[in-house]
Design a protein around this ligand. Structure first.
Ligand SMILES: Cc1cc2nc3c(=O)[nH]c(=O)nc-3n(C[C@H](O)[C@H](O)[C@H](O)COP(=O)(O)OP(=O)(O)OC[C@H]3O[C@@H](n4cnc5c(N)ncnc54)[C@H](O)[C@@H]3O)c2cc1C
Length: 301
């Protein structure tokens, strides 16, 4: 692995990091080291990286802003490719907004507003990247990526660039084609509607206010831990079970929103997983409802 790292340092202009603590790259502030982390500088470099990794026969995974990730305490073996600021361009073409996978959702939402385009208001305050949001089909307050994404540009593991239309993205609730195949989102084209920028702004402000009121946005966490079960809501269910504020180690069911688990200080991945398991079994026993994690658990167990 060290040899691969040294070769990557020699060949690439982007940053290559050795044993990089993943807690620095996740909003949960949890996670052991990635053997190698690479921040590619361009699409061409990403293509080159995939070739080198393939030749070295090493596994890899892609991360964005790390806002939906729970990384194991032992960390991630192989290579982590972080799609960051080098992929953060946003441009407007008529009623379309084209955003690089490394742009933040909030930046995309603000840019749309500035261009008097409506459709991305829901995305303001979701602390993820456009790539991560396409992967997760992120959504909030009645909006969802699949409602506005016209097409996504992706790279497959062989380095081929493919354009998928919305229909070809296999979107479902917190699901996309990127989960079915090894695909890296490079950019998304969003088809928006012209609207009064003041009205768009007021909708964004309303959403921001509702988030601030209801969610523990000032605490390290990864958003909603569980997917919404059919005909039910996670927060009220967990609260009804008396689990609000329940703690294991440094992990706590948020006292503000019982659908969130927060890191109150020094939480390990194990603490969070134990708490997730405890919440799941309690809710199953009490209400016969199965809670499925929405957050992505990755790394060596
Ligand atoms: C306070 C808070 C509030 C949140 N609120 C919401 C909400 O309202 N709605 C919602 O849907 N989510 C919410 N989230 C969760 C999270 O922000 C979203 O899921 C977001 O879309 C994840 O993007 P990311 O860049 O952080 O992805 P990461 O966490 O880095 O990765 C998530 C998954 O996407 C993959 N991935 C990342 N980038 C790429 C890429 N370029 N190509 C291919 N795969 C990629 C990763 O491999 C991983 O499997 C919230 C999180 C927090 C912390």
């Amino acid at each position: 692995m060290r040899q691969l790292y040294e070769m990557l340092v020699q060949k690439l202009s982007g940053s290559v990091l050795w044993k990089e603590p993943m807690q620095k790259h996740t909003t949960f502030r949890i996670g052991g080291p990635a053997d190698i982390m690479i921040l590619p500088n361009s699409i061409e470099e990403l293509h080159e990286i995939l070739g080198i990794i393939r030749d070295a026969d090493v596994s890899y995974m892609v991360v964005g802003a790390g806002s939906n990730l729970l990384v194991s305490d032992k960390g991630i073996r192989g290579v982590v490719i972080k799609i960051g600021p080098a992929f953060a361009d946003i441009c407007i073409e008529g009623n379309k907004l084209i955003a690089g996978a490394g742009a933040t959702l909030t930046a995309a939402s603000r840019r749309a507003q500035a261009a008097s385009l409506s459709g991305l208001e829901f995305a303001v305050g979701i602390p993820g990247s456009v790539g991560g949001a396409i992967m997760m089909n992120a959504g909030a307050y009645g909006g969802e990526i699949c409602q506005v994404l016209e097409s996504a540009e992706v790279m497959d593991s062989l380095g081929n660039i493919i354009n998928y239309t919305n229909q070809e993205m296999h979107f479902g609730y917190r699901h996309s084609r990127l989960m079915e195949e090894e695909l890296i989102a490079l950019s998304g084209t969003f088809l928006l509607k012209p609207d009064d920028p003041e009205l768009i702004l007021s909708r964004m402000q309303d959403i921001t206010e509702r988030r601030r009121e209801k969610q523990p946005i000032d605490m390290p966490c990864a958003g909603s831990v569980f997917k919404r079960p059919p005909d039910n809501y996670v927060g009220p269910l967990v609260e009804k079970a008396g689990l609000k504020g329940y703690r294991i180690g440094g992990a706590e069911v948020s006292t503000k929103h019982a659908g969130f688990i927060v890191n109150v200080g020094g939480a390990t991945c194990k603490d969070v997983l134990d708490l997730i398991g405890f919440v799941q079994s309690t809710i199953k026993d009490k209400y016969n409802v199965i809670l499925e994690p929405e957050i992505r658990v990755v790394g060596e167990v």
